[in-house]
Design a protein around this ligand. Structure first.
Ligand SMILES: C[S@@+](CC[C@H](N)C(=O)[O-])C[C@H]1O[C@@H](n2cnc3c(N)ncnc32)[C@H](O)[C@@H]1O
Length: 545
């Protein structure tokens, strides 16, 4: 197709006609109803989006998805397989490159040609072959050139989209959806421009293109088209996660990418791994709360446990907008994301002291926060530890897993270490409860982890104290601890069923929690029986004595 024709096709795709305004709008909408002015022409595309979702366009946030029917909390609003997905380099030898599963701990089979990707079995390998045959040749070419590392997930994901669009053709629905992804090519900052240029150059090399004219075989007319394509990728890419939310790689799904952002979202995108493996990785958009007809579906693009300044900076840098959601415009005295618990334990919060203004009081009881230097140090050390742990999870997940698995035997042997871990996990859960909406998958996962820690066999359970002592002891010991573990896991299961979808039973983690609950109920039954028998024995001994 000629450049002029391509340009005309693109312009036709981007011409929008007027539409009705929505019936009503709710508080978490990214845009006010007055701002909704257009409805894009989308005939023949976005077929995976259910009929009750409408694409509407506004001058403030572009296209978005609006529901015309009520959605209930925990409902899967829609589920799609991404147009393309690629595992991160650190995950290549740990997961199947087709279904993204971990092969259920059985050994994965390596592609004998490129030696870079792995599969569960020949079924997964055959299913991936139509795309991997191009990728395999590209990876072999890159290795033969003396390059020791495999191209990044971004390049491999972009490569997959390019080969698929070559196969589908420029006018196919699949390609049109990709071409309609929002691009910020014209507005990007110089630093982002460098990143895009670097990605585009690496992509050209990966695809093995030796002249600009070869781009035409991918339905693109010029290097500028390629740069635009890269820009679209950056704005619309999603992280694929495993069922416990650990990052696995990058993906692109144009239907899901229609959803705009809010820091107080009414929906989440997760990969609960609830379907047969050939349908995975499947992205599922789940309602975090009941959503009324006429509301916009909104997800969060950034970590909403972060303070506003960090969220805004991240949104501006990658997505080029300033968020005006309910959370960002709220005038609350104290944001739990930037506060510490009241020193008098009244349940209130004190704004985190800052060096310029170390005086901080509890917003509820007005108690003054003492030792602010220590608080500032603790915040700094905590942030450094978090950055380090997150960095390791991305760069070397195998090492992160190895370190975590080394912890388990330590916890099983040292009561004090186990109790400290329980206390820390409890603080994480309490913190997440005040910053994230009920049912958010991060809350569900954290609560499941706490429940599992409480259920670990105590190496040296404490002898019971007086009822008054026991009432304030945390974590409790013995049967009280097991009961708390059970209650925590029941709460976790309920939250996971929201965040990962009710029909998915909370995804793989939710299903694991259900098994833990059954085990604990059995164990508690044994405790009860044991205690009952001990009472009976004692009574009988008393009678005969
Ligand atoms: C993944 S796309 C979302 C769909 C996009 N609106 C479209 O028309 O294709 C992300 C882009 O949408 C816009 N956007 C998303 N949420 C927004 C919001 N709350 N306010 C303003 N713009 C938003 C920004 O331009 C952002 O870079």
């Amino acid at each position: 197709m000629s450049f002029a024709k391509l340009k005309a096709t693109r312009q036709a795709k981007q011409s929008y006609v007027s539409s009705n305004t929505p019936q009503n709008s709710q508080e978490s909408s990214a845009v006010s109803p007055e701002a909704i002015d257009e409805q894009p022409v989308t005939e023949g595309i976005y077929k995976s989006i259910p009929e009750y979702l409408e694409i509407r366009t506004s001058s403030t946030s572009g296209r978005g998805l609006w529901t015309t029917k009520s959605c209930t909390q925990g409902q899967v609003i829609f589920a799609v397989k991404p147009h393309a997905a690629a595992l991160s380099n650190a995950r290549l030898d740990l997961h199947c490159s087709q279904c993204f599963g971990d092969g259920n701990n059985a050994s994965l089979k390596r592609c004998t040609k490129c030696q870079a990707v792995y599969y569960c079995d020949s079924t997964c390998q055959n299913a991936d072959w139509p795309l991997h045959k191009h990728e395999c040749a590209a990876l072999q070419r890159i290795a033969a050139s003396g390059e020791t590392s495999v191209p990044s997930e971004a390049i491999r994901c972009l490569g997959r989209i390019m080969w698929k669009r070559q196969k589908q053709g420029p006018t196919s629905g699949w390609t049109r959806e990709v071409d309609l992804l929002q691009s910020h090519n014209k507005d990007i900052e110089p630093s982002a421009y460098e990143l895009h240029t670097h990605l585009a150059i690496s992509l050209v090399r990966y695809l093995g293109l030796s002249s600009p004219s070869e781009i035409a075989s991918f339905g693109m007319a010029s290097g500028a088209d390629l740069a635009n394509f890269v820009s679209r990728f950056v704005t619309n890419t999603f992280t694929v996660t495993d069922p416990s939310l650990a990052p696995l790689g990058a993906s692109v799904s144009p239907p899901v990418a229609l959803i705009n952002h809010s820091c107080d979202p009414n929906a989440v995108v997760v990969f609960p791994r609830s379907r047969p493996k050939m349908e995975e990785p499947l992205m599922q958009v789940i309602a975090l709360r009941d959503i009324a007809p006429g509301e916009e579906i909104l997800t969060a693009y950034v970590d909403t446990t972060l303070p506003k300044a960090q969220r805004q900076a991240s949104l501006r840098e990658t997505y080029l907008f300033s968020c005006a959601c309910t959370l960002c415009t709220s005038t609350l005295d104290v944001d739990p994301r930037e506060s510490v618990w009241c020193p008098k334990s009244c349940g209130g919060l004190c704004p985190t002291p800052i060096e310029d203004n170390p005086l901080s009081r509890c917003a509820k009881c007005r108690a003054v926060l003492q030792k602010t230097d220590e608080v500032l140090d603790a915040v700094r050390i905590g942030q450094q530890a978090l950055d380090k742990a997150t960095g390791l999870q991305f760069s070397d997940p195998a090492k992160a897993m190895q370190l975590a698995s080394k912890l388990v035997p330590i916890l099983k042997e040292a009561q004090a270490a186990l109790d400290t871990a329980v206390v820390s996990a409890t603080k994480v859960v309490a913190g997440l409860d005040v910053v994230l909406r009920y049912g958010h998958p991060v809350r569900g996962i954290a609560r499941a982890e706490l429940g599992k820690l409480l259920a670990v066999d105590e190496p040296a359970p404490r002898a019971p104290g007086t009822p008054a002592e026991e009432a304030v002891r945390y974590p409790p010991s013995g049967a009280r601890r097991l009961r708390l573990a059970l209650e925590t896991l029941l709460l976790a299961r309920a939250e996971l069923a929201v965040g990962f979808g009710a029909v998915n039973e909370g995804g793989a983690v939710g299903r694991g929690v259900r098994e833990d609950i059954v085990r604990l109920e059995r164990e508690l039954g044994v405790w009860k029986k044991g205690v009952g028998e001990a009472w009976r024995d004692a009574k009988e001994a008393g009678r005969s004595g």
